[in-house]
Design a protein around this ligand. Structure first.
Ligand SMILES: [Zn+2]
Length: 428
C-alpha cells in the first residue's frame, strides 16, 4: 500500500521541515511537497502540522518481563533480583513469555517505538510475537553460566541460540534479526565469552551484553580478573563484533576508548538505572569520546514502563543533574540516541533511524494539539521534554500501520488484558 502523509512537521536528519512524505512498498519514497509523477497513493494521512518522526528504537529490553511489572518495587538490586524476580522467572513457560512479549510490543508501538533489541529466554515464542505484530526486533538468547564446565555443544542456552539463528535470523526480509548475547561478565565465564565472541564473528552478529551496570559488579570484576568488564571482554575477542552494551554506568576512560575504537554502542537506560540507584552514566562524556550512544528501557520490572519519551526526558534531566550543567545532553542529541543511535546499535543504520528516501518507512506521527504540546516553539524540545505516549497518533513499521488513533491493528489488547491478568494471578 502506498501512503501519502501530507503537511507534517518532518524531523529530517539536519532540519525540521513542514512538508509531505510518500511511502511506497515499505520504504520512504520521497520527502517534499512536489509529488513524483509516478507516485500513486492508496491513502492520504492529513498530518495537520503534527510531527512526523523516525520511529524510536528501544535498544535494550527483556520483553517478557512485562509480566513482572510492579511485583517488587523499591528494593535493593540483590533483594529485588534474587528474592523477587528469579523465583518468578522460574515459573514462566514459553506460552506466558509470549503473552508478556506481546504486551511489551503493544506498549512499545503505542509509544512510537518501531524496533526493539531483546535479551531473554523463550526466543522462539518471542520471535513469533514479533513476526505477528509487525514490529522490528533484534533477538538474543541471554547466555549465562558455563560455571559447570559446559561448552558450546552442551550448553542449553547456546543450543537455543543456534536454533534462534537457524530459524529466525533475517526472517521477514530482515525485520527480525538474531543477535547473540553474553548476559553479563558476573553471570558468565571467560570460556563463554570466547565461545560467544567466536560465534558472533563467524555469523556476523551483533553482540548484546550488560556492562558495568553497578559499581559493585565493576569492582568485583577488577578484584577477580585484574581488569574491568570491558577490558576482560576485549581480551576474549568480544569487541571483534559490534557490541550493543547496556548501561555502561561505571565504565572508565580507558573502557570508553575501547568502546569507541571498536564501534560499540553504549545503551543508556536512565529510568532503570535511577530506579535501582545504579548510578548515572556519563552520557555526554562518552558521546564526546566517540562512543555510539543509544537508549533503552531495560525490562519493565525495573522501569516500570517502556516509553521512549520517558527515557529521553529522564536521560536529559539526570545528565544535567550529574554534571551540574544545564547544557549537558541537549534535546537534539538525546533524540538522536533514541532514533539513529538505536538503529546503529542494532546494525540497522543503513535501513532506518532517519527520514530520507530509500529508508524503511518506520515512522511515528505525534499530535501537536495536546495541551502539553502547545505552543510549539521547537519540535525536538517538545518531543524530548513535553510529549508522552498519549501524543502518538500513528506508528508505522515498513509502511504498515500498526497503531493508529489509540487502536492496535495487529494486537487484540482486550484479550491481552485478560491473559496478562491470568498470568499475574499465577505468579502472585
Ligand atoms: Zn537488562
Amino acid at each position: 500500500m502506498n501512503i501519502l502523509i501530507r503537511d507534517a512537521r518532518v524531523i529530517l536528519p539536519d532540519a525540521v521541515v513542514r512538508t509531505s512524505v510518500g511511502v511506497s512498498d515499505g520504504k520512504i519514497a520521497f520527502v517534499g511537497t512536489e509529488l513524483p509523477q509516478d507516485f500513486k497513493y492508496d491513502r492520504v494521512i492529513d498530518a495537520r502540522g503534527d510531527i512526523l518522526s523516525p520511529g524510536f528504537v528501544n535498544a535494550h529490553s527483556h520483553l517478557p518481563m512485562t509480566l513482572l511489572r510492579g511485583v517488587a518495587d523499591d528494593l535493593n538490586l540483590q533483594k529485588w533480583l534474587f528474592d523477587e524476580i528469579f523465583p518468578r522467572e522460574d515459573r514462566l513457560d514459553g506460552g506466558m513469555a509470549a503473552i508478556g512479549a506481546r504486551a511489551s510490543i503493544a506498549e512499545c508501538l503505542a509509544g512510537g517505538i518501531t524496533s526493539v533489541s531483546d535479551m531473554y529466554f523463550f526466543c522462539d515464542d518471542i520471535a513469533r510475537e514479533v513476526l505477528n505484530s509487525g514490529i522490528k526486533a533484534n533477538i538474543a538468547r541471554g547466555l549465562s553460566g558455563y560455571f559447570d564446565g559446559a561448552s558450546r555443544g552442551t550448553h542449553k542456552g547456546f543450543c537455543e541460540q543456534e536454533q534462534l539463528l537457524r530459524d529466525w535470523h533475517m526472517a521477514d526480509d530482515g525485520r527480525i534479526r538474531a543477535d547473540i548475547s553474553i548476559h553479563a561478565e558476573y553471570t558468565t565465564t571467560p570460556e563463554l565469552w570466547r565461545d560467544v565472541a567466536d560465534f558472533a564473528r563467524e555469523h556476523r552478529l551483533i553482540l548484546q551484553t550488560h556492562i558495568s551496570e553497578t559499581e559493585h559488579e565493576h569492582a568485583e570484576c577488577i578484584a577477580k580478573y585484574g581488569k574491568t568488564p570491558t577490558e576482560a571482554f576485549l581480551d576474549a575477542g568480544v569487541f571483534d563484533s559490534r557490541v550493543c552494551a547496556a548501561h555502561c554506568v561505571h565504565v572508565t576512560d580507558s573502557d570508553a576508548a575501547i568502546l569507541a575504537s571498536h564501534g560499540a554502542a553504549a545503551v543508556h537506560c536512565p529510568c532503570s538505572n535511577a530506579k535501582l540507584a545504579s548510578g548515572i552514566a556519563r552520557v555526554d562524556e562518552l558521546r564526546k569520546m566517540g562512543v555510539h550512544m543509544a537508549l533503552g528501557t531495560d525490562g519493565a520490572s525495573s522501569n516500570n514502563a517502556l516509553s521512549a519519551f520517558s527515557e529521553m526526558k529522564t536521560a536529559c534531566l539526570i545528565a544535567k543533574l550529574r554534571d551540574g550543567d544545564p547544557t549537558a545532553l541537549p534535546a537534539a542529541e538525546c533524540f538522536r540516541m533514541a532514533t539513529s543511535g538505536g538503529a546503529y546499535a542494532q546494525g540497522r543504520e543503513a535501513e532506518c533511524g532517519e527520514i530520507r528516501p530509500g529508508m524503511d518507512a518506520d515512522l511515528v506521527l505525534i499530535s501537536t494539539d495536546r495541551p502539553n504540546m502547545m505552543p510549539l516553539h521547537n519540535e525536538l524540545s517538545a518531543l524530548v521534554y513535553s510529549a508522552d505516549n498519549t501524543c502518538v497518533r500513528m506508528t508505522m513499521v515498513r509502511g504498515k500501520i500498526l497503531f493508529e488513533n489509540g487502536e492496535h491493528t495487529t494486537i487484540d489488547c482486550e484479550k491481552l488484558r485478560f491473559e496478562t491478568e491470568r498470568i499475574r494471578a499465577h505468579l502472585a
